[in-house]
Design a protein around this ligand. Structure first.
Ligand SMILES: [Ca+2]
Ligand SMILES: [Ca+2]
Length: 571
C-alpha cells in the first residue's frame, strides 16, 4: 500500500527512497533493533515445494484496466470489468495443454475488487460486495468458475489495515458515543508524532483525532478490539469458502498494529497474523497467503512461516533490474544469496515491479534487450514469479500511480482494443510497438519471450520448485546458476531435472567466461539449449561429475539469456 491519490509524489518518493536504501524507519525504537546477521553461505534447508503456489506463475491484474466488456452490461464505459476479463482468460491460459499460443500463467492476483469510492480500491466500504464498476458478485463467481475451469487459481488483494473513511463502520465510529467507536483508533488530543515516512498520521474529525497511517481517507482499523478481529477473520473465511478464492495478497501487513509510536512490525502484528494464518487454513487447507512487506529482505522474511506462506521480495526485484540495466552480475548474485539464506527455499514472491512502482521497462530506459534478460531472471530463478499485467509486452509507465496502471494494450489503436468507449485513462504513447497483436507476429518480441519462459517454467519441475545453486562464471557481467529437482542432495546427486541458466547482462558479446560449480550430477551429460535451440558444447564430466571449465555456448550474445537442459547419463 503506497498508492494513495492524496499523497503528493514528493511524499511518495521519500517513502520509497527510504525503503529502497534500507532505512528501516524513522521510529527511534525500531532503529535500535539489532541488525539481523545473515550468513549467505548457508542456505535455509527444506523442500522447495510447499503448496500449489510453488507450481504457479502468477499474473497481477488491475481489473479496471484489463478489459471493458465488449458487449452487454457495463460495456463501453471505458472501465474494465469481470465480464470483460472473462473474455480475455484464454489469452492468459486457455486450459488446453495442446496449445502454446496463450501466455500460460496458472494463477492470478486481482487487485482490490470490493466496493470502494476510489479508482484503485484500496479503501473499501463493503468487504462483501463487488465494486459496481466491475460487476456483481454473480459476475465475480462466474469469473472464478471460468478461471478454475482453465486451471487458473485466483488470489484477492485483502486490505486489512484500514477501510475507507466512508465505510459505515467509520461513520458510526466517528460519533463520540457511537457503538463502533473502538473499531478505529481515536485520541481526544493530537498525539503529535508522525509516521514512518514523516507523514501526518493523526487526523481531526469532530472533537477527536483518528489514526490513519496512509491517508485521512484511510482510517486504520483497531485490531486491539476483538470485535474487529472477529469481523475481519469472518470476511476472510467467507472469501475462501463462499467466493471460492484460493488465497490472498495481504496489503501493508506490517502496519496492522501500532505499539505506542512503533508503527511497523509491532510484536502484536506477528501474533495476530498467526491467528489469521490458522483461520485461513481452517477455511481451506490449500489457501495461499502472500504478504506485502515493503522492507529489506531480512525484515520481510520474518513474516514467512506460520504467519504468511510467502512475502514479496522487494530487494530481489531491485537487484534484478539493476543487474539487467548495469550489466552487473554481482548485484543479483549477492541479493539472491541473501534471500536464499533468509527464506525457506522458494517461499517468496519473485517479481520485477508492481502497481506501486515505475514500470520495469521505464526503469530500464526502455531498452528491450535489458528487459529480456530481466524476464529470463524473473522466470527461471527460485521463488514464486509474479508478472504485472502488460509487463509481458514491455509496457512503460511512470508516476503518478494512474500511469503505472493504464489499460492493457491488446492492439495498436486509440483505445488499445481495451474498450469501445473512452478508456478511463489513456493508453501509453508507445502503443504502436507495445501491443499484443504486433508482438504476436514477431518471434523475438517481449511477449513471445515471456510466453516461452512461462511455458518452459511450467514444464520443468526444476525451474518451478527446484533447488538453486549459484555457478561461478569467471566474468563480472555473466550470471549463471543451476536449478535441479528430484533429489535432496545439496550437490545435486541423482537429480532428475537439471537446468543451467546463463545470462549475459552486458551489452557486449562475451567469449571469455568459464563455468564452475561443485555439482555431482553424473558422469556424462547431453545438453540442449531450450530458448533458441542453439548448439551446446558438452562439459568435461570426467572430474567426478564436477564441472570446472565449461563454456557451453561459445559466444554469449549481448544482453541475452540461455536456458540449458542438462540430461545426465550415468555410466
Ligand atoms: Ca465496463
Ligand atoms: Ca494499523
Amino acid at each position: 500500500m503506497r498508492s494513495i491519490r492524496s499523497f503528493s509524489s514528493a511524499v511518495l518518493f521519500t517513502a520509497c527512497a527510504g525503503l529502497a536504501l534500507g532505512q528501516a524507519t524513522v521510529n527511534p525504537d525500531a532503529a535500535k533493533k539489532p541488525a539481523v546477521e545473515i550468513d549467505i553461505s548457508k542456505p535455509k534447508e527444506g523442500p522447495g515445494h510447499v503448496g500449489w503456489w510453488n507450481d504457479a506463475v502468477f499474473y497481477q491484474i488491475f481489473v479496471r484496466s484489463f478489459q471493458d466488456n465488449p458487449r452487454g452490461a457495463k460495456s463501453g464505459d471505458g472501465i474494465g470489468d469481470f465480464q470483460g476479463l472473462i473474455t480475455r482468460l484464454d489469452y492468459l491460459n486457455d486450459g488446453d495443454p495442446k496449445t502454446d499460443t496463450d501466455l500460460g500463467i496458472n494463477a492470478i492476483w486481482l487487485m482490490p475488487v470490493m466496493q470502494s469510492p476510489s479508482y484503485h480500491g484500496y479503501d473499501v466500504i463493503d468487504y462483501k460486495t463487488i465494486e459496481q464498476d466491475y460487476g456483481t458478485n454473480t459476475d465475480f463467481q462466474k469469473f472464478m468458475e471460468e478461471a478454475h475451469k482453465r486451471g487458473i487459481k485466483v488470489i484477492l488483494d485483502l486490505v486489512l489495515n484500514h477501510t475507507s473513511d466512508k465505510h459505515p463502520w467509520f461513520t458510526e465510529s466517528s460519533k463520540p458515543k457511537g457503538e463502533q467507536r473502538d473499531w478505529y483508533i481515536w485520541s481526544p488530543k493530537d498525539p503529535g508524532y508522525k509516521g514512518p515516512w514523516n507523514q501526518n498520521v493523526w487526523h481531526k474529525r469532530g472533537a477527536g483525532f483518528y489514526y490513519g497511517i496512509f491517508s485521512d481517507r484511510m482510517p486504520d482499523l483497531n485490531y486491539a478490539n476483538p470485535l474487529v478481529t472477529r469481523e475481519m477473520l469472518e470476511i476472510t473465511k467467507w472469501g475462501l469458502t463462499d467466493m471460492k478464492v484460493d488465497g490472498y495478497r495481504l496489503d501493508a501487513i506490517r502496519h496492522l498494529f501500532e505499539d505506542g509510536q512503533l508503527q511497523e512490525s509491532a510484536p502484536q502484528t506477528f501474533e495476530w497474523l498467526k491467528q489469521y494464518f490458522a483461520a485461513t487454513k481452517e477455511a481451506n487447507k490449500d489457501a495461499f497467503n502472500i504478504g506485502e512487506v515493503w522492507a529489506p529482505s531480512d525484515q520481510a522474511a520474518m513474516y514467512v512461516g506460520g504467519m504468511m506462506d510467502a512475502v514479496f521480495e522487494f530487494d530481489l526485484a531491485s537487484a534484478m533490474i539493476d543487474a539487467a540495466r548495469d550489466g552487473d552480475a554481482k548485484r543479483i548474485i549477492d541479493a539472491q544469496a541473501k534471500v536464499r539464506a533468509l527464506y525457506p527455499p522458494n517461499q517468496y514472491g519473485r517479481f520485477l515491479s508492481n502497481h506501486d512502482q515505475t514500470r520495469v521497462m521505464t526503469r530500464l530506459r526502455d531498452d528491450e534487450a535489458s528487459g529480456q534478460v530481466a524476464a529470463v531472471m524473473l522466470l527461471t530463478g527460485p521463488g514464486i514469479p509474479f508478472i504485472y499485467f502488460g509487463e509481458e509486452l514491455g509496457m512503460t509507465g511512470d508516476k503518478p500511480d494512474e500511469n503505472l496502471r493504464t489499460p492493457m494494450q491488446w492492439e495498436n489503436s486509440r483505445t488499445g482494443g481495451f474498450t469501445s468507449g473512452k478508456p478511463w485513462r489513456a493508453v501509453q504513447p508507445d502503443i504502436a510497438r507495445k501491443n499484443l497483436a504486433t508482438q504476436r507476429k514477431d518471434d523475438d518480441s517481449m511477449f513471445n519471450l515471456y510466453r516461452k519462459l512461462v511455458q518452459l517454467r511450467t514444464s520443468s519441475e526444476a525451474l518451478r520448485a527446484g533447488q538453486y545453486m549459484p555457478v561461478e562464471s569467471g566474468h563480472p557481467g555473466v550470471y549463471a546458476f543451476i536449478r535441479y529437482s528430484g533429489t535432496d542432495d545439496s550437490r545435486g546427486r541423482n537429480a532428475t531435472d537439471v537446468k543451467l541458466v546463463i545470462v549475459n547482462l552486458t551489452a557486449q558479446p562475451v567469449t571469455q567466461y568459464s563455468l564452475k560449480a561443485p555439482v555431482r550430477f553424473g558422469s556424462r551429460g547431453v545438453s540442449k539449449e531450450l530458448l533458441r535451440g542453439i548448439a551446446v558444447n558438452e562439459a568435461d564430466w570426467s572430474n567426478s561429475g564436477m564441472f570446472v571449465e565449461w563454456k557451453p555456448i561459445t559466444q554469449l550474445e549481448p544482453k541475452r539469456g540461455y536456458v540449458i537442459d542438462v540430461k545426465l547419463v550415468k555410466d
